[in-house]
Design a protein around this ligand. Structure first.
Ligand code: HEC
Length: 198
């Protein structure tokens, strides 16, 4: 090997070393940038959740019921509620109205502040289950708005439980007020899970 080829070889070696160094630095930089971007997207997503005003659909459902009731042609509508927000679908005065009704009738079984019975998960000898809490600690959030409305309106007697039908006692609008009243005990997490699920 002559001197020239030694110099060329060492030049080649050092430049490839340098290049591989640049390579891995670029890689690291790209990785960091990628992670940052993901974080930014996540933060933005969270911000969007807070900014959206998704209660329109619920509100529509609310006012549709009011309108249909006036026209006496109430049908529980099927709806798709894929929104996210801590904004609630009901107005504050509905909670107050609902609580008054709740304290006249539902309280006898579902107890104070919709807390339900302690042993609500144990099946009864005579069939069915004891009245569950409606305050968000049990499974009420598994049911969409229209289904909750139906359960209260038509009851669950036919399924071997003691949940009466309230359709002849309360109007459709009053049933919505009742739902608003017990949903007011749901924390935002439960409420958001409910919204996401239905
Ligand atoms: C005589 C007792 C009794 C009364 C009064 C009563 N309920 Fe119930 N309710 C029950 C029982 C028992 C269940 C559980 C049925 C089951 O096993 O699925 C139930 C279930 C429900 C559910 C479904 C809950 C869920 O998580 O699936 C709702 C909603 C509900 N009741 C609302 C009401 C409202 C609103 C009133 C008042 C207008 C009311 N109930 C009055 C006994 C009662």
């Amino acid at each position: 090997m002559n001197l020239k080829s030694i110099v060329t070889l060492s030049l080649l070696l050092s430049s490839s070393l340098f290049l591989s160094c640049v390579d891995s630095t670029t890689e690291i930089k790209e990785k960091i940038q990628e992670e940052r971007n993901t974080q930014i997207v996540e933060v933005n997503a969270e911000a969007n959740i807070q900014e959206t005003e998704p209660k329109t659909e619920f509100k529509q459902y609310n006012s549709t019921i009011a309108a249909q009731e006036e026209a006496e042609i109430f049908i529980v509508p099927q709806h798709n509620l894929k929104t996210q927000s801590t904004n609630r679908w009901y107005e504050l005065d509905q909670i107050e109205k609902g609580k008054k009704l709740y304290d006249q009738t539902c309280i006898a079984c579902h107890l104070q502040n919709a807390e339900g019975t302690e042993n609500w998960q144990d099946s009864l000898d005579e069939g069915g289950y004891p009245p569950p809490p409606l305050n968000g600690s049990a499974h009420t959030w598994h049911h969409p708005l229209a289904q909750l409305h139906e359960v209260i309106k038509y009851g669950l007697i036919e399924y071997g439980t003691t949940m009466p039908a309230w359709g002849s006692v309360y109007t459709d609008k009053q049933i919505l007020d009742l739902i608003a009243s017990f949903q007011s005990y749901w924390d935002d997490e439960t409420y958001n899970d409910w919204i996401k699920r239905h």
